[in-house]
Design a binder for this molecule. Sequence first.
Ligand SMILES: Nc1nc2c(c(=O)[nH]1)N[C@H]1C(S)=C(S)[C@@H](COP(=O)(O)OP(=O)(O)OC[C@H]3O[C@@H](n4cnc5c(=O)[nH]c(N)nc54)[C@H](O)[C@@H]3O)O[C@H]1N2
Ligand SMILES: Nc1nc2c(c(=O)[nH]1)N[C@H]1C(S)=C(S)[C@@H](COP(=O)(O)OP(=O)(O)OC[C@H]3O[C@@H](n4cnc5c(=O)[nH]c(N)nc54)[C@H](O)[C@@H]3O)O[C@H]1N2
Ligand code: SF4
Ligand SMILES: [Mo]
Length: 675
Amino acid sequence: MCPSQTLKTTCPRDCYDGCGIEVVRSEGKISRVLGDPGHPISRGALCSKCAIAYNGVWLDSDARLLHPMRRSGPKGSRRFERISWEEALAEVADKLTRIASEKSAEAILHTHYTGTCSWIANSFPNRFFSRLGATEATPDTICNNAGHLALEYVFGSSDQGFDPRTAKDAQCIVLWGANPSHSAPHAHKHWLKETSGQVVVIDPVRHETAAEADLHLQVLPGSDAALAFGFMHIARRENLLDHDYILRSVLGYEEVEADIQAATPEWTSEKTGLDAGLIEEAARVYARGPSLLWLGQGLQRQPSGGNIFRACAMLPALTGNIGKAGSGFYYLNDGGEIIASQGSPPEWSEPEEASAQAPSISQMDVPDALNEPDRFKAYMVWNCNPAASNPAQARMLTGLAREDLFTVVIDCFQTDTANYADIVLPAASFLEFDDLAGSYFHLIVGAQVKCAEPMGESLPNQEIFRRLARAMGFEESSLYHEDAAMLESMLEGLGLGLSFDELKEKGWARGSDEPLLLWSEGRFPTPSGKIEIASARAEADGHPRTPQPTADPRPQNGRFRLLSPASKWLMNSSYGNDAHVQKLMGAPTVAIHPRDARRLGIQDGEEVALSNEAGRLSLTAIVSDIVPPSSLLSYKSRWPGAEGGSNINLLHMPRKTDMGESTSVHGVEVTLSRP
Ligand SMILES: Nc1nc2c(c(=O)[nH]1)N[C@H]1C(S)=C(S)[C@@H](COP(=O)(O)OP(=O)(O)OC[C@H]3O[C@@H](n4cnc5c(=O)[nH]c(N)nc54)[C@H](O)[C@@H]3O)O[C@H]1N2
Ligand SMILES: Nc1nc2c(c(=O)[nH]1)N[C@H]1C(S)=C(S)[C@@H](COP(=O)(O)OP(=O)(O)OC[C@H]3O[C@@H](n4cnc5c(=O)[nH]c(N)nc54)[C@H](O)[C@@H]3O)O[C@H]1N2
Ligand code: SF4
Ligand SMILES: [Mo]
């Protein structure tokens, strides 16, 4: 009998934590997937969902896709026949070549996101699509594009925030529209618990992190820009603005000063539904500093998400809470970029060669576009599950059901999207190939290590696209780069002084032992070199020159604002097919405030129907003040097929944010009734 062996690897999910993993192998097979005790984030434990699913459905050959398959019944019938890789790739190549020559490669739409975030598997396939000239569904428009654009106007950058280790010097941490108890469970469990500063949560939902915070501001959804102006009013009134910093590093304070002056606590209270005294207390704690500001992705998933982000960005700028120990703002950290920028190593980049010329459409336009037979002839889906995650689900499914839309789905599992494929290609899981993975919060790079052979005939994304490029007869050498060479070249670019084998041994590495101090020079990559509260670029793009002190109108005619943020048990739709996870999640629920429930005569545990222009969905009511009046909460991303055909995205209207054509899913309105 072979003795058991332990390998270190890294979790590549779309998660703030980026945990270290230990994989126990015996007799050549994976027997357990556990948290790495020596990893500074996971500290020996995976989150609850991964602890189940990585030992459940991810290792289950009955659940995994094992072979290429061709559709053998009507679209969506789930009837497939097994074919060889050779046949599958030849058929895909033939179809794509024909569409490109008879119509245009732009009639091929490809959609991808963060099914795996490991660097090669997540980005290398883009080379193929750039070469092909296919249309791309702009990835971030399903998630966080409004926030990115807003912060680029203000700071010139949206992916360099603070180093989480600087929290040891913070007196205050503000979490604004983020829910670490679900979306960053280790940050919730360790990082937030270990700070001596006050934790302030600004969120319509009293989630676990909010319940445990020093202050929770249960703000009305979409009213955060008004709240940011209210905060600055108090900071100004109490002499807590940093005028030296403003003079040196901020452009446009005088253009927002009158609006700040008008945003009295009473005015702000009326706009946000918050108690004026609570607003004053939170504003004071933040402005005194040193303070960290974490702007969650949930915060910008609002119709006015871009304006909200620009308004919130005033906080660090005007109070000087940036560039000093214990201070800064954070949205997402590009760990590779930040680590590489600390030394003077060669130019660093992920394998993707972005093509500026590639045509693109917003994910918000995909459901309609798939229903236009003359526009798109093929739909290539990899690393995402749009039938579960995209807006306008009913419209998505009629598009996917088009018999003439040649659809290829690459996934590890037979998802609802894969049910509509003409060709299904099996992807190897992160446990089955080498790669690199980083966290978008902590500045840590991890080795993703091959712990087992790919299950069945599955292949890593990058190998699938090397083979497809060959089947297409493409000649560019960059389409065929091998993983080992790309790993070494990325590591060299990072300047860590480690080869892949050395990193593999350690599991993970950091760029520095001490917290990095970002933005300490007070210079920013904006046109003026300053933080641009007033932005000529924004104005030229058709936005107001400065952030506006606005709040969304409250829902009218008895309608509710429906929030559908991250579930504790799912990673987007991943794990929705794990029986143990399904059991723990139970039936889909919607939380409603006791006052609204009384008004409508709804009891806890009763079935209710939510409806709007996009559809109607039945859920079990939970009567609870974890949501404010006129707001509802139902978690995202169950597998529609496991729920009678639809999930909460049936109600998700594809209304675009004010900036970046991004999703405003937390701005969806519905009516609620008894079925
Ligand atoms: N109602 C509502 N809807 C939302 C949101 C919301 O807040 N509310 N949030 C949105 C957000 S933030 C996002 S990011 C999107 C996410 O939406 P998607 O990008 O669709 O994410 P997932 O549903 O997790 O789909 C990822 C798929 O990739 C597969 N996968 C995993 N590893 C690999 C691999 O190595 N190769 C390949 N080919 N596939 C792999 C998984 O099995 C899974 O099926 O959903 C959005 N949808
Ligand atoms: N367990 C788990 N973890 C995940 C994911 C998952 O699906 N499950 N998804 C991953 C992905 S792709 C992403 S993008 C991140 C997202 O993780 P987060 O950045 O935490 O974003 P969300 O979960 O969408 O929403 C966070 C909070 O925003 C609040 N919110 C909504 N509207 C408003 C508003 O108008 N104002 C304020 N102040 N708050 C508002 C919601 O109530 C919610 O509590 O999580 C990642 N991690
Ligand atoms: S999903 Fe996040 S919390 Fe869970 S194991 Fe992976 S990195 Fe850790
Ligand atoms: Mo996301």
